[in-house]
Design a protein around this ligand. Sequence first.
Ligand SMILES: Cc1cc2nc3c(=O)[nH]c(=O)nc-3n(C[C@H](O)[C@H](O)[C@H](O)COP(=O)(O)O)c2cc1C
Length: 173
Amino acid sequence: MNKKVLVCISGASGANLGLKLYNLIPPYYERFLTISKNAKIVLEKEENIFLEEDIAAPPASGSFKIDITFIVPCSMNTLAKIALGISDNLITRAAQVAIKEKRKLIIAPREMPFSEIHLEHMLKLSKFQNVIIAPPIIGYYNNPKTIEDIEMFLIGKWFDLAGIENELFKRWK
Ligand SMILES: Cc1cc2nc3c(=O)[nH]c(=O)nc-3n(C[C@H](O)[C@H](O)[C@H](O)COP(=O)(O)O)c2cc1C
């Protein structure tokens, strides 16, 4: 059976990165997409993308067995809720499911700078073995020339963390 991957997009800047990540997931994974109401606003403002409500209920259940959950980007609002165990929408619920079922949860918090509150939430979550905090931080060692290069680097790194094979960026030799 194909592994299942859920991509959650919350309302932080760079919501389009989450969409690109979703589109690049190899076809041998079964993929699902969840977009928060506020992420839709960011997508409209930053990308002129208008999306309908597309919230599917199955990822809210542990028995649906999502293998990998990405939250890319993750707003500080969503990060805080996850750290506090709140599950008031499909994204925060999917995160709680991943945590309780001990399945891989990759969170890409996006804010600049981070406050002590944000950092405390990240520290708390990163102590769980199945949770990885991986913000969208640029690497310069592969000489990015375009935003596309930077995005492929970030998505490649997130895929690496999830164990999803990819050739999206030049690796350090
Ligand atoms: C254009 C735009 C960009 C934003 N960028 C960020 C951001 O980078 N990080 C963040 O934590 N919040 C950002 N926000 C604020 C969040 O959208 C807001 O806190 C919202 O309540 C998050 O809701 P959600 O976590 O349910 O998606 C931004 C808002 C807008 C309109």
